[in-house]
Structure formats: C-alpha cells, structure tokens
Design a protein around this ligand. Structure first.
Ligand code: COA
Length: 260
C-alpha cells in the first residue's frame, strides 16, 4: 500500500481510513496535503478492495483547522485562483466518488476543514467538534466550495449568517442545522463511521453509486435530476445485482451482491 508524507492510511475490511497527519498544525491543509488527498482518493476510485472510505484528522483536537494560512503570504490573484481551483478539483473528486466517503469530524472543522467535511457524502461529528467558515476574518471567502456546499446543506439564511460572521458553532448546533448527520462520543467516532459504512457497502454497489450520482444531479447546472434518476433507475434494473436482490427477497435469503 502507498505511503504518504502527510496522511496515514489503513484498509480494514474494505474500509479505507485516511487520516490527515499534521497534528502540530491542527491538520491544516497545505499543498502537500491537498495533493496527497487527491492521490488517496484516486486509490479509493481504483482499488477494488476499497468499498468505502473515512476521512479524519490526527489527534483529539482537530479534524482540519483550515487551509494552511502560512502558504497565503504574498499570493497573487492568479495564484489565489489556482489554489482555489486545485481545492475544488480534489473536493469535487471526493463528492463524485462512486464509493461512499464519510467524514469523521474529530474536533475543529474550520474553513477548508468544514469544506472538506461538506464534500464527503456523510458527516459524523464527535461531541467536541466545532464548525465554521472564518475566512472573512482573514479578508477572503471560502475557496474550496464552502459558499455552495454550506448553502446546499443548511439553506441560504444560515449559510449567509455563518459565512458573514465567521462564527464557530458546536456539534450539537451543527446537527440541528443539518450540517452533520449525527453526533457521537469521541471514543465511538471511528467505530460509528465504520459501522455506517459496513451497512452501506453491504448494499448493491452500483445502486449506491447511482444514488450518489442522482442526488448530486440536483446541484449540477443544466442537468434535470428527475431525468437523471429515470436514466439511472433503468441502468440499475439492467444489473445482475438487481436480479440477485429481487431473487433473494423472494427466496427469503440474504442477497450476495457482485457489483455487476
Ligand atoms: N493554518 C496554518 N497553521 C495553523 C492553522 C491554519 N489554518 N490553524 C492552526 N494552525 C497552527 C497554529 O499556527 C499553531 O502552530 P504553532 O504551534 O507553530 O504556532 C498550531 O496550529 C496550533 O494552533 P493554535 O492556534 O496555537 O491552537 P489554539 O487551540 O490556540 O486555537 C484554533 C485553535 C483552531 C482556534 C486556531 O488555531 C485558529 O483559529 N486557526 C485558524 C482557523 C482558520 O482561520 N481557518 C481558516 C483558514 S482559511
């Protein structure tokens, strides 16, 4: 298995755990982390042993405390756009993964950290997690999709409030807003994410991939999500897994999905 400078990775029972490993900098996203995250997500796409993934941060204090501010100094407009584009490319790749990706938010999820969590399909937070988009305090706006994904998750009013105040909210507030799916005790965080992924990856893999694609069709310009659903429903019906799922139901047994 590939090794990384800023990430720890492990594969256990089909679940790939990606841990951002810059604990002394609260796992801030520097260029190396972004580049290595891209490579790790490529592994998720291409390694058939990987059925789903968890992204988390090292230590008990921080998931990711944002983009690495030390890399911002002296940046030109063009460099700023290139930095944002690179982040968008990697986070879009996470979002469009055909395999489910869960953020295990174990502490601060600020700026790029909140954006990374929002790019994942599901977010589970530990009780000490904190969320926010504090970019305006630095004179910038979120550059890794935050203005869009936060609005999609919590609605325009709350998104504008959080984006314009730069306020940090706790896990319970994030849960009430729909920013996170669930809040659990810190010691249970990874096991909860693993159990959730085991459940999802026990379903027909092509159906899971089509759910992801169909839901995100809602947010893509020029694409009608209802049309996408009709198209992908047809594709699912043509799979071996559909034949197996329906046969298993009628024969009162557990289905064995081949992902075909
Ligand atoms: N970029 C670069 N370094 C960061 C960082 C970031 N986004 N967030 C934290 N760090 C570094 C700190 O500089 C410090 O490094 P040092 O020990 O070499 O001085 C280390 O991580 C620990 O952070 P510190 O600020 O001492 O911890 P704290 O508990 O006092 O505060 C936070 C925690 C998260 C409130 C604070 O670190 C913070 O506000 N970080 C920036 C958040 C942000 O604005 N993110 C959006 C960036 S676009």
């Amino acid at each position: 298995m590939k090794t990384y400078q800023t990430l720890l990775t492990e594969l256990e029972k089909g679940i790939f755990i990606i841990t951002i490993n810059r604990e002394d900098k609260l796992n801030a996203l520097n260029k190396t982390v972004i580049s290595e995250l891209n490579e790790a997500i490529d592994e998720v796409y291409t390694n058939s042993e990987i059925k789903g993934a968890i992204i988390t941060g090292k230590g008990s204090k921080s998931f990711v405390a944002g983009a690495d501010i030390s890399e911002f100094k002296g940046m030109s407009e063009e460099q700023g756009k290139a930095l944002a584009q690179r982040g968008h490319d990697v986070f879009d790749k996470i979002e469009m993964s055909a395999k489910p990706i869960v953020a295990a938010v174990n502490g601060f999820a600020l700026g790029g950290g909140c954006e990374l969590a929002m790019a994942c399909h599901i977010r589970i937070a530990s009780e000490n997690a904190k969320f926010g988009q504090p970019e305006v305090k630095l004179g910038i706006i979120p550059g890794y999709g935050g203005t869009q994904r936060l609005t999609q998750l919590v609605g325009k009013g709350k998104a504008l409030e959080l984006l314009m105040t730069g306020d940090t909210i706790d896990a319970s507030c994030a849960s009430k807003l729909g920013l996170v799916n669930d809040v659990v005790q810190t010691v249970e965080l990874i096991d909860t994410c693993k159990a959730l992924l085991q459940k999802i990856t026990g379903m027909a893999p092509i159906a899971i991939a089509q759910v992801i694609q169909s839901v995100y069709a809602h947010f893509k310009d020029g694409i009608n999500g209802f049309d996408t659903e009709i198209e992908l429903f047809g594709k699912c019906v043509a799979t071996q897994d559909f034949a197996e799922g329906t046969a298993a139901f009628l024969e009162k047994r557990k289905p064995v999905f081949a992902g075909k």
